[in-house]
Ligand binder design. Structure first.
Ligand SMILES: [Fe+2]
Length: 154
């Protein structure tokens, strides 16, 4: 099934390019919760609360990416095993994280996802203006988060 008006091969290619971003965003909101729970330190409260704001954004974006994949006629893969199989981020530490370390770890992860999303955008642009716009919105948001993480809380 497909609900897009762009050509089938193009739609499949765009959906394939979006799939890594889907697992990256799911991974971000999972490790974001891990950091939300294990952060400690003088800046616990702002770090703990800020992480939940970011998690909500990652969840929203993952839903938008998954639904775009559906509209393109492909099946999104957003299960825990898909995040393990398709994600390429290192395991997030299970330990008490000083607030600065927690924020730095999350910032590094956000940067990695933004870099991969930019690489995927080169595949999408020219094939599907809607998915390209979605990627632009997400990359813009990730880079704004990166600014806030690296400037505001450190
Ligand atoms: Fe909480």
């Amino acid at each position: 099934m497909t609900w897009t008006v762009i050509a089938g091969d193009d739609a499949a290619g765009v959906a394939d390019a979006l799939q890594p971003l889907l697992v990256d965003l799911i991974d971000l909101h999972l490790v974001g919760k891990q950091a939300h729970w294990t952060v400690v330190g003088e800046r616990f409260q702002p770090a703990h609360e800020r992480l939940d704001v970011l998690i909500d954004e990652w969840r929203l974006w993952s839903d938008s990416v998954a639904e775009r994949i559906v509209i393109l006629g492909a099946l999104p893969r957003g299960r825990a095993q898909d995040v393990v199989a398709d994600g390429d981020a290192a395991p997030f530490p299970v330990e008490w994280l000083p607030d600065g370390d927690a924020i730095a770890l999350i910032a590094d992860r956000v940067e990695a996802v933004a870099r991969r999303a930019r690489a995927q955008q080169s595949v999408v642009e020219g094939l599907d203006v809607i998915s390209d716009g979605l990627l632009q919105t997400i990359i813009e948001g990730l880079e704004e988060q990166l600014w806030m993480l690296r400037a505001h809380l450190r």
